[in-house]
Design a protein around this ligand. Sequence first.
Ligand code: OAD
Length: 238
Amino acid sequence: MADLRNIVILTGAGISAESGIDTFRGGGGLWEQHRVEDVATPEAFDRDPDLVQRFYDMRREAIQTKQPNPAHEALARLEHEWAAREGRRLLIVTQNVDDLHERAGAENVLHMHGTHLNAWCTQCDVRSRWTGTLIDRPECPECGARALRPDVVWFGEMPYEMERIYAALREADLFVSIGTSGAVYPAAGFVRDAKALGVATLELNLERSQGSNWFDESRQGPASALVPEWVGEVLRKS
Ligand code: OAD
């Protein structure tokens, strides 16, 4: 690890599970309680905008009551320590739409599936920070149109920031995947992209995931324990 310089970290719902935010798959996951086709596609929004807005309003409200856990805090610490070292880079790419990485103090975070705390105006294309509800059709603060939707990536839509993510992977020495089931592409393919580029790969997840076999190393356990432990290792050895 002595020559470890550039790290790309992918996070998924598992890193926020211990903060009390539901994951998507598995027992009690969000996609057991709601059908993806009803709430997380552009077609669902065209068909029943109230249902979709209500679903995201509830989630937006819920995440604001949650707090970062030791896994988010350890990554923020690593990011800061890394930034203080000459010529090293660290990027957190999250599939999560919560802001727990940022509230733990991380600054270099790409939200590839968008964020609950933005509203996107489909009229003027401007994103505004949004902590309230959207079901009541509020006006866009920019253009006044009543055309705001949650700024989250739905199934069938293109994830954000892909160019920056692939550019970071090309420069990386280590790719770490934390708390994601490896079920949704393109994020699920990053491990193979990384391997093809000769980047070392590590998975930290509660259990083995669909992609575990692709990783050089896979560790199982809760993120609140595994992540601080791994961060401690990295900081000690490099
Ligand atoms: P999933 O719900 O698919 O997977 C969560 C993963 O976290 C599982 O592999 C769990 O075993 C693991 N996990 C649960 N608790 C954990 C803990 N305490 N510590 C560590 N790991 C834990 O969530 P994602 O992989 O993030 O996309 O889902 C990917 C995308 O699918 C989401 O961004 C969302 C969803 O549909 C969109 O909505 C576009």
